[in-house]
Design a protein around this ligand. Structure first.
Ligand code: FAD
Length: 499
């Protein structure tokens, strides 16, 4: 029997994973990618002798035996990427009060430190840490990505609930509130800030506990070689399995005949046909542009009109002739003087120090990156209307950010060898993620409890993978690629294979 053919749009992590698993299951696949390299938002770029990593902060389960590790191994990523344990999840520096708070995997220490700094919130700190310890002990394996909704039977939900039964009390009441709402009931505003920005203010408190539990359990790891190498290792695996990525190939239309997806048309007019089409690209452009908005239902319409997107961000990176041995990789700074950006004040920045990565800079040098939320419209309009002003504004912001760094690391300004500024427009240009939302939907409790189908109503032979159907996360997106293959195998009555 001749092999069925699958065309995949997008060589981000989801598209590459879909390609690998389809190849393992005897499909003939090709991936079309608009950029000239794989990875999508999991990316990096070179500036002189420095590699600027614009993607993945950490991955879950980087050690053999941990639940998701096998996925990385199947995709060739575990074998090729050195992982570094993330022992300190993050440092918080409150400039107005001078308080420094380290959140590490040592939960007893975190407990003691927080109580010493915020004695008025001691009871709440104790219960938060109790939740984190429960998550560490009883794991979150019930909440896995193991099956696509199309293949789940009605017992699937119950099985997941059973897996998490010991943690139930943390999924209700005050712990089900968003971190932002929960923070309002704390006495000390700085503690509230820390809880909110441990991940994002919109996530439920149990999610914050889960992160603390995972860090304590040693389940969080850094990519020593960076995001692009991680993506390239999966691309290599895909090629070894016989797959082909076609770069500089923007898909402009998904060809449909009698409500069946039959192929794609590229921006240069070339057309390719296949039995199955998978989009692992931006959800908005897939549904509303490539398919002209013809395959929708109320649920999907609501999602794409009402759900909030993750705020796009601006990323200012410096290549610096200096080492930072004492600073953890991830730091959040609550500023004593706001930065003015696009008509808004920025009061908090995320500082990433690549001191764990020998790949990003030569010995004695380091990439230092400052990231903060900003607005799509501002950067989009500026770039469209006045390219020169867009460039000047980027330079101005780089200068302001350097002033912030100078306060933290006196003398750093004279050690800067490279400056790079990426705006939401940059994200959109290289990945097409809607309005520069490099992490798709905002992590709200609604997102976290919604299971999105990988198909569109009324359209046959078409599937979606990636962060617009599972939410932003490395394991989630990789699993979503595997899910497509599992659905295809089931459809054909074949046993799904992993090798
Ligand atoms: C800064 C940052 C930090 C992150 N940190 C973490 C982390 O610490 N841990 C974690 O688990 N997750 C993290 N994530 C999330 C995770 O990296 C992403 O969710 C995941 O990489 C998204 O993969 P994807 O394949 O779904 O989408 P994308 O990466 O967006 O890939 C889509 C691909 O499709 C291509 N494409 C789009 N339109 C077309 C078209 N018309 N034709 C052809 N190709 C097209 C794009 O160029 C792109 O390559 C982070 C994300 C960001 C941005």
């Amino acid at each position: 029997m001749s092999k069925k053919s699958v065309l995949i749009i997008g060589a981000g992590l989801a598209g590459l994973a879909a390609g690998c698993y389809c190849q393992m299951n005897n499909y003939h696949t090709r991936i079309f990618e608009l950029h000239n390299k794989p990875g999508g938002v999991a990316t990096a770029w070179k500036r002189k002798d420095y590699i600027i990593d614009g993607g993945i902060h950490f991955i879950m389960d980087h050690k053999p035996g941990q639940p998701t590790y096998e996925l990385y191994r199947e995709l060739g990523a575990a074998q090729k990427n050195p992982f570094v344990d993330l022992n300190v999840y993050g440092r918080f520096y409150d400039q107005p009060t001078g308080k420094i708070i380290d959140i590490s995997g040592d939960l007893d220490r975190v407990d003691a430190d927080l109580k010493a700094l915020f004695p008025e919130d001691a009871r709440e700190i104790a219960s938060l840490l109790a939740g984190a310890r429960a998550m560490q002990r009883d794991g979150m394996d019930g909440m896995d990505y193991a099956r696509p909704p199309e293949l789940s039977d009605r017992w699937e939900g119950l099985r997941q609930l059973w897996g998490m039964r010991k943690l139930f009390r943390y999924f209700t009441g005050k712990y089900a509130k968003s971190a932002a709402k929960y923070a309002q009931d704390l006495h000390h505003p700085t503690l509230g800030q820390v809880i909110q920005y441990l991940f994002m203010p919109e996530v439920p408190v149990w999610f914050v506990m889960m992160i603390l539990g995972m860090c304590a359990e040693g389940r969080l790891g850094l990519l020593e070689s960076g995001s692009l190498d991680f993506a390239m290792s999966i691309e290599q695996r895909y090629q070894d399995l016989g797959g082909q990525v076609i770069y500089n190939a923007a898909v402009e239309e998904i060809l449909v005949e009698e409500n069946r997806a039959v192929g794609v048309r590229l921006a240069d007019g070339r057309e390719y046909r296949a039995d199955i089409i998978v989009s692992a690209a931006d959800g908005y452009s897939t549904i509303f542009k490539l398919l002209g908005g013809r395959y929708l239902n109320d649920k999907i319409k609501k999602r794409y009109t009402e759900w909030k997107l993750c705020s796009p961000s601006i990323m200012v990176s410096f290549g610096v002739a200096r080492e930072f041995p004492e600073t953890p990789p991830f730091n959040t700074i609550f500023l004593d003087r706001s930065l003015a950006v696009g008509g808004h004040n920025v009061d908090r920045v995320f500082l990433r120090i690549f001191n764990y990565s020998s790949k990003s800079a030569s010995p004695g040098k380091t990439v230092v990156q400052v990231e903060f939320e900003t607005e799509w419209d501002y950067w989009h309009n500026l770039r469209k209307e006045d390219h020169l002003l867009y460039k000047t504004e980027k330079e101005r912001i780089a200068g302001e950010v350097l002033n912030v760094l100078e306060k933290l690391y006196p003398g750093i300004s004279s050690q800067v060898e490279v400056t790079d500024v990426a705006t939401p427009y940059t994200t959109w240009r290289y990945t097409r993620n809607h309005q520069g939302a490099s992490m798709a939907w905002l992590y709200t409790p609604e997102l976290m409890t919604t299971v999105m189908e990988r198909t569109l109503p009324g359209l046959k032979n078409f599937y979606m993978a990636g962060q617009w159907v599972v939410g932003a996360s490395v394991p989630g997106c990789l699993y979503s690629g595997r899910h497509i293959t599992e659905i295809l195998c089931r459809r054909e009555g074949k046993q799904f294979q992993k090798c």
